[in-house]
Design a protein around this ligand. Structure first.
Ligand SMILES: [Zn+2]
Length: 66
């Protein structure tokens, strides 16, 4: 048994709302973490002079609905 092909999802791709990896498609609500290919979109608002940035929106969509 090997866990070498297990891919940890970087925290930057976690949902800002739940602080967890996206597990459902925004459009069709299918389960994403089970070998599904999907894209994550994130929009940030940056504040000049500050390192903090707000997430305006973020979501995951499976490639089936694209
Ligand atoms: Zn979908």
């Amino acid at each position: 048994m090997s866990t070498s092909n297990f891919q940890e999802i970087p925290k930057v791709f976690y949902s800002y709302q739940t602080q967890k990896a996206f597990c459902n498609c925004l459009v069709c609500n299918c389960y994403l973490l089970d070998d599904e290919t999907y894209v994550i979109e994130k929009a940030y608002k940056k504040h000049p002079g500050y390192t903090a940035q707000d997430v305006i929106f973020d979501y995951a969509i499976c490639l089936l609905v694209h």
